[in-house]
Design a protein around this ligand. Structure first.
Ligand code: ATP
Ligand code: ZN
Length: 295
């Protein structure tokens, strides 16, 4: 298709993406879109258009995002999995976004002689995620009374409102401050991109374009570019250590018997790989961040 025809087609077409207006996911949601090259016009309070992509941002409370997306008011959304599973568990997750990591856990007062999940039978539990917790208890065969509180869940036991709580935990310091201890993780959560089930074919094309950009940005964040010098006798072993995209690039060095090896390694097993490479005689190891990785 000719460029002007493409522009003509997309002029009428738009996808609306709902993100948290303010709160823990708000900045990161804007940042990840910015790292995909999407520039958002400043100033909009409830919504704002992108300048260089057929996209409009809707700024919402995170609790409303799953419903807006599952009913098609917004086409896409960025929200914590915990909130998604509470409000619209049937909604399809397009992509896990690698930020907003936390866990939903059960906690009890510190002095409690906790005996395991059975302890919760017949207890009162305060929680902001009642649907999620009820289905967890019912799958575990626990009959407990789940009471909804919209916030400050962690003070419920100390004022006699509940025997224990279920809440979001990241470091555990809030629990400790309130005399509670975490006894059971029930969900690991991170921010995810969700999609409405009712997108037109053209909108799906736009969504896929955005997902492709996000995947490239996430891949780049999770990997590093590595350059090293290796003695030729160790090349086979060194190549076997390096996962690479396909296989590492190997180029001869001016020094006889040595080569330069280039590859990509995952951030999470970075130090283990470096240790193995050094043990095989790799020298002059250089690690560089990757700006974008087009898959
Ligand atoms: P809103 O005003 O939009 O309803 P909120 O107060 O319900 O916001 P935030 O506290 O901003 O929500 O948290 C948004 C999401 O961030 C959580 O649902 C969770 O997925 C994620 N999150 C990550 N770390 C934490 C944490 N330490 N405490 C709470 N939420 C966290
Ligand atoms: Zn909320």
């Amino acid at each position: 298709m000719h460029l002007t025809q493409v522009k003509e087609r997309y002029k009428l077409l738009m996808i609306k993406i709902a993100i948290q207006k303010s709160g823990r996911l708000a900045d990161k949601s804007r940042e990840i879109l910015a790292s995909c090259g999407i520039k958002i016009r400043r100033g909009g309070k409830l919504k704002a258009p992108a300048i260089n992509f057929p996209l409009e941002l809707l700024y919402l409370r995170d609790d409303d995002i799953p419903r807006y997306v599952s009913t098609g008011v917004a086409d896409l959304g960025i929200v914590g999995e915990n909130v998604l599973l509470e409000h619209a568990p049937e909604t399809q997750v397009q992509l896990r976004l690698g930020f907003g990591q936390c866990r939903l856990s059960l906690a009890v007062p510190q002095g409690t002689a906790y005996t395991g999940l059975d302890w919760w039978k017949g207890k009162r539990v305060a929680c902001s995620y009642p649907n999620l917790l009820r289905s967890y208890f019912s799958e575990s065969g626990i009959d407990a009374s789940v009471n909804y509180l919209s916030g400050s869940v962690e003070i419920a036991p100390s004022i006699g409102l509940a025997d224990g709580i279920c809440d979001i935990v990241s470091t555990g310091s809030t629990l400790q401050l309130n005399g509670l201890k975490e006894v059971q993780k029930i969900l690991r959560s991170e921010a995810v991109l969700i999609s409405s089930p009712d997108l037109s074919t053209d909108q799906q094309e736009l969504r896929d374009k955005l997902v492709y950009r996000l995947e490239s940005v996430l891949y780049a964040k999770r990997n590093k570019y590595i350059l090293l010098n290796a003695p030729n006798r160790a090349l086979d072993k060194i190549q076997a250590i390096l996962p690479g995209m396909r296989s590492p690039t190997v180029m001869p060095l001016a020094t006889e018997g040595w080569s330069s090896v280039h590859s990509v390694i995952p951030e999470d097993s970075f130090w283990e790989i470096i240790d193995e490479l050094r043990a095989e005689g790799a020298e002059g190891i250089l690690i560089c961040p990757i700006e974008k990785m087009l898959l």
